[in-house]
Design a protein around this ligand. Structure first.
Ligand code: TYM
Length: 342
């Protein structure tokens, strides 16, 4: 009898991405984080081998209060799962549980130039607000280590991370060129719509979890009333048309939010609101935002309250992440000439 040919399980391409648990005044994840990144992470699980970290070591660069950092780190992990990251399919872990990240960052620090770190926009902006520590300076090098350790093929992020990703690619290429093929050079995945969700109070500024004006940002933990109020108070452009365009930054942002939340294109949304006023548009937008956020918030509270289950997920994630990261770190150590004992 002929035995059927053994089919090797196809290796899926690898995704790595991550979020900081805090970036200043606290808060939690925002609809900017969700639309620009997390929502896409969920969809990409179908076709990719996904690794998603909570980068608590990155958060240390701006000295968060320890209790707040602890809480927000677990909040972010729970929010990943509440948003649809399936820990059975994808790896979810905390960066500080995998020592290889800091170790690999050291290796890459020996490859990065002062000049390329100095020109990072995020470093320039943050070092104006906080006294610039060395950690803030080499922050993007640690980010490169995060990505390269998992041999990621693709990194789904919002537009603000493009420059950091370029540095990760450069460091991988430089290392590979100097020694030999060691790290996969990652591609960046930036969504066509929602890559840069803007502040509801100043549409020239990115929506951020650390905005001092609470009305500027919708958090994934906001109640339906809070969301409705923030949309109602969102700034608009002069005139009364529900139309996007370079001359209409506020409406462009709100229409993109509507489009993402309802699964329609901006053009279709413009068509839908033709001849209608701001009040009607905002009411429908608020409904759409609530419908998008509310189920996530509900799941978040359930997951966050089950401490044992969250713990178990992060423990399993850490074990597997350590195994995978160490494999790459060992390879890099060896290439660089560090001694491996028999
Ligand atoms: P962070 O924590 O600031 O943001 C997490 C993700 O959310 C996206 N994002 C947005 N997208 C659209 N509109 C917005 N207003 C908005 N705000 C945030 C970000 O682009 C990002 O994708 N340095 C990273 C964290 C990091 C990382 C990594 C990312 C560390 N290591 C490795 C990818 C791979 C950061 O501070 O993201």
């Amino acid at each position: 009898m002929n035995t059927p040919p053994q089919t090797q399980p196809q290796k899926r391409p690898i995704i790595f991405s991550a979020m900081q648990p805090t970036s200043g005044s606290g808060g939690g994840l925002t609809i900017g984080n969700y639309i620009g990144a997390l929502k896409n992470w969920v969809e990409l699980q179908k076709d990719y081998d996904c690794v998603y970290g909570v980068v608590d070591l990155h958060a240390l660069t701006i000295h968060p209060e320890p209790a707040a950092l602890r809480k927000q780190t677990l909040d972010v992990a729970a929010m990943y799962i509440a948003s649809g990251i399936d820990p059975e399919k994808s790896l979810v872990f905390l960066q500080s549980h995998v020592p290889a990240h800091a170790q690999c960052a050291w290796l890459l620090n020996c490859f990065a130039s002062m000049g390329e770190c100095q020109k990072m926009t995020q470093f320039k902006e943050k070092s104006e607000k906080h006294s610039a520590r060395v950690g803030l300076f080499t922050y993007p090098v640690l980010q490169a280590a995060d990505i390269l350790l998992y041999q990621a093929n693709l990194v789904p992020v919002g537009e603000d991370q493009k420059q950091h990703l370029e540095l990760s690619r450069n460091l991988a290429e430089r290392f590979n060129h100097h020694y030999s093929e060691t790290f996969t050079v990652p591609e960046v995945f930036i969504p066509k719509v929602g890559a840069r969700v803007m502040s509801l109070q100043d549409p020239t500024k990115k929506m951020s979890k650390s905005d001092e004006n609470p009305k500027a940002t919708i958090f994934l933990t906001d109640s339906a009333d809070e969301i409705r109020n923030k949309i109602k108070r969102a700034v608009t452009d002069s005139g009364s048309e529900i139309r996007s365009g370079d001359d209409r930054p506020a409406l462009t942002n709100l229409l993109e939010l509507y489009g993402v939340a309802t699964g329609t294109s901006v053009e279709a949304a413009e068509q839908h609101f033709l001849g209608k006023g701001y009040a009607e548009f905002k009411a429908e937008l608020a409904d759409a935002m609530v419908a998008m956020v509310e189920p996530i918030t509900k799941r978040f509270h359930a997951i966050r309250n089950d401490k044992a289950a969250l713990n178990a997920i992060l423990k399993k994630g850490a074990e597997e992440a350590n195994r995978r990261a160490m494999r790459t770190l060992r390879k890099a150590y060896k290439k660089m000439g560090l001694v491996e004992l028999e």
